[in-house]
Design a protein around this ligand. Sequence first.
Ligand SMILES: Cc1ncc(COP(=O)(O)O)c(C=O)c1O
Length: 391
Amino acid sequence: MIKLIKSSFYKEKETKQALNKFISGAEILSFSQQCQLFEKNFAIYQGRKEAVFVNSGSSANLAIIQALLNLGYLKKGDKVGFSAITWSTNVMPLIQLGLNPIPIDVELDTLNVSVETIEKSLAKTKIKMLFLTNLLGFSDEIDQIQKFCEKKNIILIEDNCESMGTVYQGKKLGNFGLASTFSFYVGHHMSTIEGGMVCTDDEELATMLRIVRAHGWDRNLSEANQAKVRIKHQVNSSFYSRYTFYDLGYNLRSTEINGFLGNFQLQFIDEIVKRRQENFLKLSIIYKNPLFYPIKWDHLDVVSNFAIPIVCKSKETKNKLVEKCNGKVEIRPIVGGNMTKQPFYKKYIEENGQLIENASLVHENGLYFGNNPELTKEEIKLLIEIFSEIR
Ligand SMILES: Cc1ncc(COP(=O)(O)O)c(C=O)c1O
C-alpha cells in the first residue's frame, strides 16, 4: 500500500534521537528560546520580516482573523472571500468571529482562485478581505490577484498551509498578501508534529498576533513593543503589567518540543521541497491521460506539494480509480472539497446564489494521493501505471 504519509518527520530516526537528547537536557519545555529561534529562522527562510509561531495551521488562521479584527482592519459583518476548495479551518474562523464568508470558485486547470473567478463573485457583492488558499502547491496568476486586491482595496491574506516552498515567478507563495499562514502538521512540507506560523512584514500586525496568541497579554513582545503597548494603555505598574490583558486572544502557544523540531527540520526543507518537486515532475505525466482535466503549472518555477490531485472528467472514471487504488494506493478527496457543501457551512451560512461549479466538479470527480520525499522509484512507476492506464 502506498500511504499518504510515510513518516512523522523527514529523517525520522535522526530527528527522534536529537529530540530525545533535547528533551533530556531542557530546563524549560513551554514556549521559550527554541520557539523564538524557530520564528527567526522561519522568517529568514520565507523572506519575511516577522514570523509568529502557533500550535497549528488552524490556530494560525484563527489568530490572523482575530488580529485583523482587533486592529480594526476588519469589522464584524464584513464580507470575506475565500477559496471554495479549502480546508474547514480556513472558513470556520470567519464564521466564528462574525464575518460573512463569500465563496469564490476555482479554475479547473489550476484548482485555485483566479482574477476571473473573483470578478465573477464580486459582480454580486463586494468583499473587504480575500482569504486565498494556495491549494496543493499550486496557484493561479497570484501577482495579478495581488494587483487586483490592491486596486480594489481588498486585504489579501494567503492560507499557504499546503504550498510552502512553491515559487511563482521568482517569489515564494506566502509572500503576496499582507500575511500568510503555514501548517507544520505531520505530512505537510515539514513537520513539528503539530504547529503553524503566521508571516508578515507588518510589525504592528505581528505584535497584535503575539497578543492574540497568548491570553491577550504582552509577554513575548520585544521590550520596545511592550513599552509602546503599556504607554498606550497607561499601564505604569510593574505589579499589574504582566497581568494586563490588552485585547481579545486565546492560548495558541506552541512548546519547546515543537520549536526544537521546527529548527531541526528546517535544515532539510530545501532537500524536502526538491524531492517532492522531482516526484511531481515524474508523476505529472499522469495528467496526459485524456480522461483527466490537465493541470497547468508552467507559470510556477517550483511546485511544492504533499499530494497529487487528479480531477476526472467523469464520475465513472473516478469510481473506477477508487476501485483500482483499493489496497494499493491510499487516496482521499481533494482537501476538504467544496466547502459550501459541508454540513457546518450549510448550518451557519445561507445560500447566497454564488455559482461554485468548478469546486463542485472537483468535489465530485476529484481525488488525491500522497507525494512524500520517501516515495520510491517502484512506487512512482506503479502510480504512473495505475493512473495512466485507466481508460
Ligand atoms: C489549506 C489549509 N489550511 C489550514 C489547515 C490546517 O492546518 P493544521 O492541520 O495544522 O491545523 C490545513 C490542513 O491541512 C489546510 O490544508
